[in-house]
Design a protein around this ligand. Structure first.
Ligand code: SF4
Length: 692
């Protein structure tokens, strides 16, 4: 007897929003999903959840979902629904025609951090084995690619050092360029619990985020620096550590290399807090006090977000934080470390799966003959030894006419990538744009083929969260489109003459585990048995490694890298006197494709511009006024919110709504090492449009 209103079955799965990776029990009545209940034994969330994971799942059944493949010859033509067979055979034949005319490297693909590891893995395999080039990149390019680079250079592994549980042992918590209460709410709760117990908090952020002052939590120091000056601040911290004798000499001597050269560099007067004050606007006394607290306050842990990575010196800053942690011995045990707060559910996983044009799965360079040989033997195809194009290079090459065809898995590049005008020019220049997604989005306006994707409720696979935790994503319902995304990619590969021969996503994970040493032993069966696995894992540590670099670093010795501060070329000018920085809000998520199609829209119906009262007053702007926001690359308009969260001269907005299109104004400046866009620093002008 089924009691009216009671669920009839439950499925244990993983939230598809942020990089916390909360586990949920999806409760169904028949085929209808009635509620998502946070799972008390979830390794990442321990029964907690936020408004996105708990309530914002209705997009999966929203009437806007595209259920049938569509194609059109020209982007000005109307869409035409077609069979899967026609869509796939059309895509394959057009891709081959392009390669015949313009060369093997004239096409490529972009993987999505929204998709499962298995779905990502098959796309990079499609590009490498079926397209025959390395032109594969991931949306992580525009968020945490500097994390991968910086932590690999210093520690030897492109991932965070700790599990979330570790924060409970921290005595000093340093939050740099992250807003956990909005971006990573469930982890923020753990952090606040520790702060309420007495841990000290240092916030380094231009904006006064909620953590700085919230009920029962107050930061000991809020270093409200000018956007674009992170590296100067972290160098000043290290300068204090070195010149005041606060270095953990035993740790440095036994665990690290390159210290002497680095210490000479960091002790130079240009890195002193007094000089850095003139660059950052942060009082030298505050920097000294915060640095002393970090070095002497017990276990000190750094947590950071896109306010670190999305800068022209994003990779430098990641290495700067690693230097600081090594110099003070804050690596390799509970309560310490350098911890990226990943934005999307599977950013870590999409990077792990070989989505970068220079790396095969497990962060191994394509130029490594031995590694390539291992993959070639299993894949039955040769792999090019030279890196392919990054996303910005794809756009530049498209405009130049040499890159002509693109497969985009679940990323709305026309809304999320910087300098929208350049992105759309690139898309318009291509002969074939294939979009695999849930909804017609900004990118699909320039697409020729639309392949309908599956929501997380239909997927069968794994996500990997910010603490390297591999979680199962179990299907709550059958794919509404009739096909799983990995199947679509495999069918496209087959139409191109390359058979991947999988019958179930568990076989894809088995292949990943067989080819990737850090995933040794991972399987769907092991995940069902253990609940989750934190890579690296092997037969000695089947459940994985919560804390990395315990006795030695992955690369052997931790490596100090001198990190000179180089100011961004993006400066305020008379024409563009303010600096814009961007971020997210709790109820919405990234480009908003999902959350805008849920009740969460009521909490944040539009992107607004936060502006300091002084900057508003001199422009005659009142709260709620319509304003234009202009940079050297574009102009948009939105409503103003007067707020003293921002310092004078800095304005702030989110990028959840295509109507506003915040990236219309962001520039193509990017990180020197990874091309991660400098979303956080754009010189702008703000002007009043009309009174409300
Ligand atoms: Fe989902 Fe992140 Fe919220 Fe957890 S904290 S429920 S993973 S959005």
């Amino acid at each position: 007897v089924v009691q009216l209103g009671m669920p009839t079955r439950t499925v244990l799965t993983t939230c598809a929003y942020c990089g916390v990776g909360c586990s949920f029990k999806a409760e169904l009545r028949g085929d209808e999903l009635v509620r998502m209940v946070p799972y008390k034994d979830g390794g990442a969330n321990e029964g907690h959840s936020c408004v996105k994971g708990r309530f914002a799942f209705g997009y999966a059944t929203h009437p806007d979902r595209v259920m049938k493949p569509m194609l059109r010859e020209k982007i000005t033509d109307p869409w035409r629904e077609v069979s899967w067979e026609e869509a796939i055979s059309y895509t394959a034949s057009r891709m081959r025609e392009i390669q015949t005319s313009y060369g093997v490297s004239s096409i490529g693909g972009i993987t999505s951090s929204r998709c499962t590891n298995e779905e990502v893995y098959v796309v990079q395999k499609l590009v490498r084995a079926a397209f025959g080039n390395n032109n594969v990149d991931t949306c992580a390019r525009v968020c945490h690619s500097p994390t991968g680079y910086g932590l690999k250079q210093t520690f030897g592994e492109s991932a965070g050092t700790q599990d979330f549980r570790s924060v409970a042992a921290a005595d000093v918590i340093v939050v740099i360029g992250a807003n956990p209460t909005d971006g990573h709410p469930v982890f923020a709760s753990r952090m606040k619990r520790r702060l309420r117990e007495g841990a000290k908090l240092v916030v380094v952020d231009p904006r006064r985020i909620d953590l700085v002052r919230s009920p029962h939590v107050e930061a000991t120091h809020h270093l409200q620096l000018q956007p674009g000056t992170n590296v100067a601040v972290v160098n000043a911290f290290a300068h204090v550590v070195v010149t005041e004798g606060l270095v953990d000499a035993d740790f440095v001597a036994s665990r690290c290399e390159g210290y002497d050269e680095w210490a000479r560099f960091i002790a130079q007067p240009e890195n002193s807090p007094e000089v850095v004050e003139s660059i950052t606007g942060v009082p030298a006394s505050e920097i000294r006090a915060a640095a002393r607290l970090y070095a002497t306050g017990g276990n000190a842990a750094i947590y950071y977000g896109l306010g670190v990575t999305e800068h022209s010196q994003g990779s430098t800053m990641v290495m700067g934080m690693a230097n600081l942690a090594m110099a003070t011995g804050n690596v390799g045990r509970d309560g310490v470390g350098v911890n990226p707060l990943r934005g999307q559910n599977n950013v870590q996983g999409s990077c792990d799966m070989g989505s970068f044009p220079h790396e095969l799965p497990g962060y191994r360079h394509v130029s490594d003959d031995a590694v390539r040989t291992v993959f070639e033997q299993v894949w039955g195809r040769s792999i090019l030894p030279t890196p392919g194009l990054r996303i910005p290079n794809m756009f530049d090459s498209a405009v130049a006419g040499t890159f002509r065809g693109l497969f985009v898995q679940g990323e709305d590049i026309a809304q999320s990538d910087p300098n929208t005008a350049h992105v759309t020019a690139a898309l318009k220049a291509m002969d074939l744009v294939v979009v695999q997604d849930l909804f017609l989005n900004e990118t699909s306006k320039f697409a020729h083929v639309f392949l309908p994707g599956t929501s997380f409720l239909e997927k069968d696979g794994t996500f990997t969260n910010a603490e390297r935790r591999i979680n199962r994503v179990r299907p709550v319902m059958a794919p509404k489109t009739g096909k799983q995304e990995w199947q679509i990619v495999c069918e496209l590969a087959a139409a191109l003459g390359y058979d991947m021969e999988y019958t179930h996503p568990r076989e894809i994970m088995d292949e990943i585990a067989a080819l990737t040493p850090t995933f040794a032993g991972v399987s769907f069966a092991a995940l069902d048995r253990l609940g989750s696995i934190q890579w690296p894992c092997d037969e000695n540590a089947p459940a994985g490694t919560p804390t990395m670099h315990v006795d030695s670093f992955t690369r052997g010795k931790g490596r100090f890298v001198p990190t000179s501060f180089v100011p961004t070329s993006e400066r305020s000018t008379r024409k563009y006197p303010l600096i814009l920085t961007t971020g997210r809000i709790l109820s919405q998520y990234n480009v908003g494709a999902q959350t805008r199609r849920t009740a969460n829209i009521a909490w944040h119906p539009e992107d607004v511009l936060e502006i300091h009262p002084h900057d508003a007053e001199v422009r005659g702007i009142r709260d709620g006024d319509s304003v234009t926001l202009a940079s050297r690359v574009g102009t948009t308009s939105l409503h103003a919110v007067i707020s003293d969260r921002m310092p004078v001269g800095v304005v702030y907005t989110t990028f959840h709504h295509p109507v506003t299109g915040a990236n219309v104004v962001t520039t193509e400046n990017s990180d020197w090492a990874t091309n991660c866009p400098e979303y956080k620093v754009t010189a702008v002008q703000v002007a009043l449009v009309a009174q409300p």
